[in-house]
Design a protein around this ligand. Sequence first.
Ligand code: NAP
Length: 262
Amino acid sequence: MIVVTGATGNVGRTLVRALTQAGEQVTGASRASGADLTRPETLKPAFDGADAVFLMTPAAFLPDGDLDAVVDVARASGVRRLVLLSSQGVGTGRHPANLEAAVTGSGLEWTLLRPGNFASNTYAWADGVRVAREVSAPFVDVALPVIDPDDIAEVAAVVLREPGHAGATYELTGPAPISPRGQVAALADALGEPVRLTELSRDEARARMTRFMPAPVVESTLDILGSPTDREQRVSPDVERVLGRAPRPYSDWVARSLAAFR
Ligand SMILES: NC(=O)c1ccc[n+]([C@@H]2O[C@H](COP(=O)([O-])OP(=O)(O)OC[C@H]3O[C@@H](n4cnc5c(N)ncnc54)[C@H](OP(=O)(O)O)[C@@H]3O)[C@@H](O)[C@H]2O)c1
């Protein structure tokens, strides 16, 4: 049995479906099902008897939360394999490595997935696009190789089910860097209507982001969005290495998610 934490989220939703379609027995865990990662004692019923756990960490774990107690529950439940949804920012020194350390020091089989910026972050634009055909974003011409969360889920499904990935760290990106201006153009193209783009200053963006992210994480995220390193702009070969196909472009995510923007 495989447990998927964050089962109702951008990656978890698709991962549950992919594993189920592959014939696996899957337990989806999130607060909605009574499994709260910030209260590890609530995880035991979901983890009991699982072979593998896909671990996602919500914002409450940033910047310096502790996964040790969650890993202890997994170990005590007989779990053999952990796959952590980490972040590219750990590899580039933007975020602390403590969550990964809890997993790599667990004594269990582990694999780390380090995705860059998610295509689904642009759901934050959905209300503005739907209501007024407008988007406000900072750093509108800075391009990053955003990753489709369905590609992360497909990589996770392979790593959870198949041997040969123990001890591996995969950096997951899309197939090409795209800027917010390029993303807005892709949305406009799919809608068949113009979408106006307004550039926010860093201060304006910070004021919006601190409503749903801890302050230190807002700063490191703004650093990545505004001044990415060469490594953060690089297209990683790892999605293709694991899936045997190129990662999906942002326009694919838009085509599948357009209902939220119409
Ligand atoms: N977004 C990015 O660009 C990005 C980049 C790199 C890495 N990541 C990593 O990917 C993760 C997911 O990203 P996302 O922003 O797309 O998240 P998301 O899909 O919106 O994830 C939310 C999921 O987490 C569950 N959840 C929230 N708090 C929980 C808790 N205390 N205990 C158990 N489950 C909880 C939610 O379900 P319930 O509400 O039912 O609990 C939901 O299933 C991030 O937290 C981060 O670690 C994200």
